[in-house]
Design a protein around this ligand. Structure first.
Ligand code: AFP
Length: 340
């Protein structure tokens, strides 16, 4: 009998155990973050179950509303938003919540208030629900000072001030990827245990990748540097092989692949959308945070993405993120354009 393998199988590092271990390194910690995270994990498990059952439960389909971005809301979006709002408020550890689905930020009532602000997209990629493509929840967390009244400026902060960020992907498996500012770890839900188990410790993105990921349907409206970069991916001049194109159209799935396999994901500005499509607070920032923590980079076309100072909670920004060397190339193209 292989006792070593057996021990490996039976000594499971659950996400709660992992976070408690981290907490024990900070004796002054009161466990507030651990409690908040356990409520986020509960939300993810709930949404995972709902996504898996959606076809059977007839949850797929329009709920007859449009959200603040003018997009059609699906029933699963509505449900996921409710689940996360309730899970976060009931944690007693949050003070401001910003959701992609809600026009205004939610200020938690004083009796239930804690120090954390959570920005999130409860179900990103929802136009993919009907065809069973992977979708996910994206979240970022800021902290306010103890005893201070929360105000909207507490969430209108650069992404570099986040204390944690992550996503949960509802795909062939349910995977939660998390960073608390000390690297990136991936946990996979074991449905029989109902627990997220550490399966991808200390994720590092390859320094250079072989994949580029972009909606090429927008190519006619791209600016010079983006067009040049994609041309270089297809027809490299330096004798290197061309890169492969992979694009799912679901940010969590495209970023997850980029994180594990390397390469670059881009949602650039174009003539029709000068600020791109993706939302700063709950798409660009959390994914940029994870990329940097994994050794990659995230760039807006003008600056480091995590240095952006948002002025509105639903603000958008162009984004180029992924392997260090690949993002370096696009930065060089924008720098050259700026010198013209
Ligand atoms: P939906 O939530 O409407 O499906 O949008 C998904 C998304 O915000 C993000 O997950 C994708 O990366 C991006 O939009 C895809 O946008 P395009 O369809 O314009 O390529």
């Amino acid at each position: 009998m292989d006792h070593a393998a057996d021990a490996h199988r039976t000594d499971l590092m659950t996400i709660t155990r992992y976070v408690l271990n981290e907490q024990s390194k900070h004796p002054e910690s009161r466990g507030d973050f651990t409690i908040l995270l356990s409520h986020i994990v509960l939300g993810c498990k709930f949404v995972c179950t709902a996504v898996n059952k959606a076809g059977l439960a007839k949850l797929i389909g329009l709920a007859g509303e449009t959200n603040v971005q003018g997009e059609e809301q699906k029933k699963l979006d509505v449900l996921s938003n409710e689940v996360f709002i309730k899970a976060l408020v009931s944690s007693g550890r949050t003070c401001i919540l910003v959701s992609e689905e809600d026009e205004e930020a939610t200020f938690v009532e004083p009796a239930l208030r804690g120090k954390y602000c959570v920005v999130f997209d409860p179900l990103d990629g929802s136009s993919n629900i009907d065809c069973g493509v992977s979708i996910g929840t994206i979240f970022g967390i800021y902290a306010i000072k103890d005893g201070v009244d929360p105000k909207i400026e507490d969430v209108l902060q650069p992404g570099k001030n986040m204390v944690a960020a992550g996503y949960c992907m509802y795909g062939s498996s349910c995977t939660l990827v998390l960073s608390t500012g000390k690297g990136v770890n991936g946990f996979t839900l074991d449905p029989s245990l109902g627990e997220f188990i550490l399966t991808h410790p200390d994720i590092k993105i390859p320094k250079k990748g072989k994949i580029y990921s972009v909606n090429e349907g927008n190519a006619k409206n791209w600016d010079g540097p983006t067009a040049k970069y994609v041309e270089k991916c297809k027809y490299p001049q330096d004798g290197l092989p061309a890169k492969s194109l992979r694009y799912i159209g679901s940010m969590v799935a495209d970023v997850h692949r980029t994180l594990l396999y390397g390469g670059i994901f881009l949602y650039p500005a174009d003539k029709k959308s000068p600020n791109g499509k993706l939302r700063v607070l709950y798409e660009v920032f959390p994914m940029s945070y994870l990329m940097e923590q994994a050794g990659g980079q995230a760039f807006t076309g003008k600056q480091r993405a995590l240095d952006l100072l948002p002025t509105k909670i639903h603000e958008r920004s162009p984004i180029f993120l992924g392997s260090y060397d690949d993002v370096e190339e696009i930065k060089a193209l924008y720098a050259a354009e700026g010198q013209k």
